[in-house]
Design a protein around this ligand. Structure first.
Ligand SMILES: C[S@@+](CC[C@H](N)C(=O)[O-])C[C@H]1O[C@@H](n2cnc3c(N)ncnc32)[C@H](O)[C@@H]1O
Length: 434
């Protein structure tokens, strides 16, 4: 989903049910979260985080903190208890309006709207602490990686970035709970051959699905498998996916090879007018869409028109995305960050998710002034992390040659900086003499 659509959807969540959209506990759907309890979850999380930072032996200056994807300020407000100035940034104006309403810290807490795919509104090195929880998972990996680079750019040397992002669906670790490859064969059809609908409007489609495989698809009552659903994507007219996740329909009873069922799927049209393809497919959640395993999906051309009146009901959607851990570590390393630890958390249901603690090493000038440390590559961080937690996996340790080259590079940088200082001093002496 493009960032513009992400913003429109979150803005709709902010208008309809903001606290539930942030913490999706089914008990509190329909604006039933008690705000005090909701904000208490933020205070608890930030307190636990600060204890973890102390445990790591990191001392962060308590000046300025940034909360990226702040929503209604659940974590920003809690950060205000630990930092002098806090800034919450969000893509959804409706979320920010709520955040202002809940702000208890006056001008020490500032909320800012940003719909760009970067943080150029902030200069380099402008925060001592950057925090982001349950946000990057809702944007596509390329966008998320750019935000990660930006977190490191806006962080002051000596500060800390802590962010969470999922790595891969749980199924990767689920072994036998995924369907066998031969089960991913479906025949899907609908009597709706084309549609013209208004932006954001909700449509109910009748869809016929036949199990064209040699395996049984377990119904919703079989708890031993990742659930199997009928679902849909939205593609642009050029066939490029513009929204991965939308409607879902489950079936109660097992569907045996050759069986055919009629299911109703509720879909929500994109928020931008244009020509689209509605792609109907089966999915085993957290495992794969059937199309990606070679099955045929069903395409319905859809014309999405501007709203004739503003009063139809819009159903917002929340997409989930991950960045494989190795790729996140590489992104951090290339942006000049140093991973202190990457710990598994349970922040994203159905996904293996990590919380990354990232420091920004001192600048070259600061570096030159103190003895050099050897910075290890992200691969080695992954290795030590996996070893310390007894996890499986096969990350590489850097070779002795790589470590020596890295050390030599650091010393070469230090020598260059020292030489530049000597040249600058000579210039100043020359000017003073004459
Ligand atoms: C699940 S909520 C989390 C809110 C907050 N981090 C918390 O834990 O309470 C996700 C928030 O991220 C915001 N968001 C999504 N994409 C964003 C983006 N590209 N830039 C800024 N905010 C974004 C949404 O508007 C929403 O408020």
């Amino acid at each position: 989903m493009k960032l513009r659509e992400v913003g429109l959807n979150w803005d709709e969540f902010g208008k309809q049910d903001p606290l539930w959209a942030i913490l999706t506990d089914p008990r509190y759907r329909g604006n039933r979260w008690d705000p005090d309890k909701f904000f208490e979850t933020g205070r608890n999380q930030v307190q636990a985080l600060m204890a973890e930072v102390d445990r790591l032996g990191v001392s962060i200056p308590r000046g300025r903190a940034l909360d990226f994807g702040c929503g209604v300020g659940r974590l920003t407000q809690a950060l205000c208890e630990h930092f002098d100035q806090c800034c919450g940034v969000d893509i959804a104006p409706s979320m920010l309006a709520q955040a202002e309403r809940f702000n208890k810290f006056g001008s020490r807490c500032r909320y800012v709207h940003n719909e760009a795919g970067n943080l150029r509104l902030f200069p380099d090195n402008s925060f001592d602490f950057v925090f982001s929880l349950i946000v990057l998972q809702h944007v596509e990996a390329e966008n998320a990686k750019e935000y990660i680079r930006e977190f490191i750019r806006v962080l002051a040397p000596g500060g800390l970035v802590v962010f969470q992002t999922p790595s891969h669906p749980l199924s990767g670790d689920a072994g036998g709970r995924a369907l066998p490859e031969s089960a991913f064969r479906a025949e899907i059809s609908t009597a709706t051959h084309s549609l013209t609908v208004e932006v954001g409007s909700v449509q109910r489609l009748s869809v016929r699905v036949r199990n064209a495989s040699t395996e049984c698809w377990p119904g919703a009552e079989n708890p031993s498998l990742f659930p199997i659903h009928l679902g849909n994507h939205w593609l642009g007219n050029d066939g490029v996916t513009v929204r991965v996740d939308d409607g879902r329909t489950q079936f109660r009873n097992d569907i045996h090879p050759g069986d055919e069922v009629e299911l109703t799927l509720t879909v929500a049209a994109p928020r931008t007018p244009g020509a689209y393809l509605l792609e109907l497919d089966m999915v085993q959640e957290g495992v794969a869409w059937f199309k990606d395993k070679g099955s045929q999906s069903c395409l319905v051309p859809v014309t999405v028109t501007a709203a004739s009146s503003g009063c139809h009901h819009v159903v917002p959607v929340m997409e989930m995305h991950g960045i494989p851990k190795a790729e996140t570590l590489r992104t951090i390393h290339e942006a000049g960050g140093k991973v202190l630890q990457a710990v598994e958390d349970n922040a994203a249901t159905g996904w293996v998710s990590y919380r990354y603690f990232v420091a920004k090493p001192p600048t070259q000038a600061q570096d030159a002034a103190k003895p050099q440390e050897i910075t290890l590559s992200p691969d080695s961080c992954a290795q030590s992390d996996a070893q310390s937690r007894g996890a499986k996996g096969s990350s590489r340790v850097p070779t002795a040659e790589q470590v020596i080259i890295e050390a030599l590079n650091l010393h070469a940088t230090a020598i260059n900086v020292a030489l530049m200082r000597i040249i600058a001093l000579e210039e100043r002496l020359k000017q003073a003499r004459g």
